[in-house]
Design a protein around this ligand. Structure first.
Ligand code: GDP
Ligand code: MG
Length: 365
């Protein structure tokens, strides 16, 4: 690779590359070829700049004081299981069981997550994302949002390949499982067989001395669905899920789309603090100011606390699902952080391109 090529590759002026080379005792003109090993060192040296920028970003992101009290928050739940075992039906039935919603006649709009409120006011947040995606894609960028996995197993079918996969995913991400033995209204249903099969996989029912909660349900008729919700809340209590309610919001982007009229629209789950209309926010490499906020039923909100999914308007560009978001002091700071992150990302891409080139040169040599 020549000095010129290396400079182009790293998107820095050639004299920067020459200076880096000089530091390593290599005096090279712009068209001279640099040994690949030295080229790599220069790339790394410029990668070191990215490290400094990381520090800058960290100082921009204010330390959130920890004097705020942590309070119990609703669990964030994902439904998993083999295809056709009833995941969608169960989620639909759960939403209809939502008494508060029925009274208000609210219509659930699709924002990727929904909140179910029990008559006594307790809430559960359900993610629409199929379990494995919630774990893998949403977690890819460091966000863990799922507290509890509901494993749906059809009582007339038993444990199937995707049931095993679901268990493995939940275990890999350390998410506790509640088993919903579904389709118990069906003539061929054998809930005991499901218990036996799952016991062999290490999910031993409480009634057999194990520590896994099993609830027999019919997603179709609604039988025992409220009991299932009770058990989810019981497990949430055992897990002592807590979050700070006060202070700047933090959380995860779970969906985003470009709306022709409204611009970038993102669904966020607040995990800490309270998100308010007007808040300056950074998510991944984009930023914005919360212009408007809606709940899962499409109602306008002014603020949203922990475990609340909200649809928000006001991002300059589309954030990505899995990006974490944070509220910062002002919009200027939000823009600065987003800019630094963007530069860093570009630099990383450049570096990985440089490394790829390095591999090519190795092959040629
Ligand atoms: P998913 O692939 O896991 O989302 O499964 P679906 O919710 O789409 O359900 C697959 C099929 O099973 C549909 O025809 C449902 O109507 C049916 N089904 C789901 N739950 C029950 C149930 O509790 N009882 C009966 N009889 N059928 C069910
Ligand atoms: Mg489905």
């Amino acid at each position: 690779v020549t000095v010129r090529e290396l400079a182009e590759l790293l998107r820095v002026p050639p004299n920067v590359v020459m200076a880096e080379l000089l530091k390593r005792g290599v005096l090279a003109t712009i068209n001279q070829t640099v040994p690949s090993e030295v080229a790599l060192q220069v790339a790394e040296a410029l990668g070191f700049l990215a490290e400094i920028k990381k520090e800058e970003e960290e100082t921009l992101e204010e330390e959130i004081p920890d004097h705020w009290e942590k309070l119990p928050r609703p669990p964030i739940v994902v439904v998993m299981g083999h295809v056709d075992h009833g995941k969608t039906t169960l989620l639909d039935t759960i939403r209809k069981t939502n008494v508060a919603e029925r009274e208000k006649g609210g219509i659930t709009q699709h924002i990727g997550a929904s909140v179910v409120q029990l008559p006594d006011g307790r809430k559960i947040t359900f993610l629409d994302t199929p379990g494995h995606e919630a774990f893998t894609s949403l977690r890819a960028r460091g966000a863990q949002i799922t507290d509890i996995a509901v494993l749906v197993v059809a009582a007339d079918d038993g444990v199937m390949p995707q049931t095993v996969e679901a268990i493995n995913h939940a275990r890999a991400f350390n998410v506790p499982i509640i088993v919903a033995v579904n389709k118990i209204d069906k003539p061929g249903a054998d809930p005991q067989r499901v218990r036996r099969e799952l016991s062999e996989l290490g999910l031993i029912p409480e009634e057999w001395g194990g520590d896994t909660i099993f609830v027999d349900v019919s997603a179709k008729t609604g039988q025992n669905v409220e009991t299932l919700l009770e058990y989810i809340l019981l497990l949430a209590e055992i897990l002592e899920l807590k979050a700070r309610v006060e202070g700047p919001a933090k959380g995860t982007v779970i969906e985003s789309k470009l709306d022709k009229q409204r611009g970038p629209v993102a669904t966020l789950i607040v995990q800490e603090g309270t998100l308010k209309v007007g808040d300056p926010v950074v998510a991944g490499t984009t930023y914005g100011k919360i212009r408007a906020m809606f709940d899962d039923k499409g109602r306008k909100l002014n603020s949203a606390g922990p475990s609340t999914p909200v649809e928000v308007l006001g991002f300059e560009e589309l954030p990505m699902a899995g990006d974490t978001f944070i509220v910062v002091e002002d919009e200027k700071k939000a823009r600065q952080i987003a800019e630094i992150r963007k530069q860093k990302k570009e630099q990383q891409e450049k570096l990985s391109r440089g490394l790829m080139l390095e591999d090519v040169f190795k092959k040629i040599e």
